[in-house]
Design a binder for this molecule. Structure first.
Ligand code: ZN
Ligand code: ZN
Length: 285
């Protein structure tokens, strides 16, 4: 890898490298040689050549190096997407090979911590600090859907409530906090970095995630028993999350929490949890 702060220095570095290779009878694989120009905002144009004849080297917007996908603006959104894709594959494999639905929640969460979380903690001080909202969201969905699958809840089910009842927190919070711990363990000798400062050295700690604060007021605040039996667990949580609410609510617009405008299509009274109606066949939860 050749790094330079400007185009002239980089071309000089490439020439020196070519010279070294010639002297030592080494051949460079041109097709595998890429150029990446990093910068904030608009990326300047520049062409670079390697050896004689053969034209400009290919410029790329992303490059995977030591398991980290770099982008020209160091946003690491691509990195998150790439890790998410691998994590989803591994989660599918866990659900296929292990009887997760018959395990207790603690074990299911520990399996995630053991087999999935390390994919995210790898190099996290570098990539997890200044993620876009998009990337944070994509990250959180991976763990959220892992939980939803265990509880047989649909993809739109209310998140904060599930964090609350399972006593867990968003994946991004966990990754950020773990990365803070990782950094404070590194002790640099004075002047070791020649005046440079690590971008991730002085990051702020995230406020502790409070699921209860973000949970809709209509969700019960007491802890709910989580059965190891898939059937009972599914029934309890689909009731709790009112998965069938849309069937009896007069509000047609999609919603995941109860509001004052939720009315029963049968009796037109305001819908509350455990609403009992003239028609007993209706599951009003
Ligand atoms: Zn409603
Ligand atoms: Zn009713």
């Amino acid at each position: 890898m050749i790094i330079a702060e400007n185009a002239v220095d980089l071309q000089r570095g490439i020439n020196d490298f070519q010279h070294y290779c010639n002297e030592n009878s080494l051949k460079v694989n041109r097709s595998k040689t890429k150029v990446m120009i990093f910068g904030k905002g608009r990326i300047p144009e520049a062409e670079f050549t390697l050896g004689e004849g053969g034209g400009a080297l290919e410029k790329v917007k992303y490059f995977k190096y030591l398991g980290l996908t770099f982008s020209v603006q160091m946003a690491f959104t691509e990195h998150v997407f790439e890790v998410n894709a691998r994590a989803r594959q591994r989660i599918a494999y866990l659900y296929w090979r292990l009887p997760l639905h018959e395990m207790n929640l603690e074990l299911v969460v520990n399996l995630f911590i053991t087999y999935i979380l390390p994919m995210y903690t790898y190099c996290s001080p570098i990539w997890s600090v200044k993620l876009s909202d998009n990337a944070v969201e994509a990250l959180n969905v991976v763990f959220m859907n892992y939980l939803r699958r265990y509880f047989c809840l649909p993809k739109h089910s209310h998140r904060a409530a599930l964090y609350y009842y399972t006593n867990t927190r968003p994946l991004h919070d966990a990754v950020r906090n773990l990365s803070m711990n990782a950094i404070t363990k590194i002790a640099f000798p004075p002047d070791a970095l020649e005046g440079y400062q690590l971008s991730f050295a002085n990051q702020e700690e995230l406020p502790r995630y409070n699921a209860e604060e973000e949970m809709s007021p209509d969700y019960p605040r007491e802890r709910v028993f989580i059965s190891r039996n898939k059937f009972y667990r599914k029934r309890t949580f689909r009731d709790l999350f009112m998965i069938n609410h849309y069937k009896v609510c007069t509000t047609v617009k999609f919603h995941t929490t109860l509001s004052d405008s939720c009315r029963c299509i049968m009796c037109n009274s305001q819908l509350k949890r455990g609403h009992e109606c003239c028609d007993k066949d209706y599951n009003t939860q």
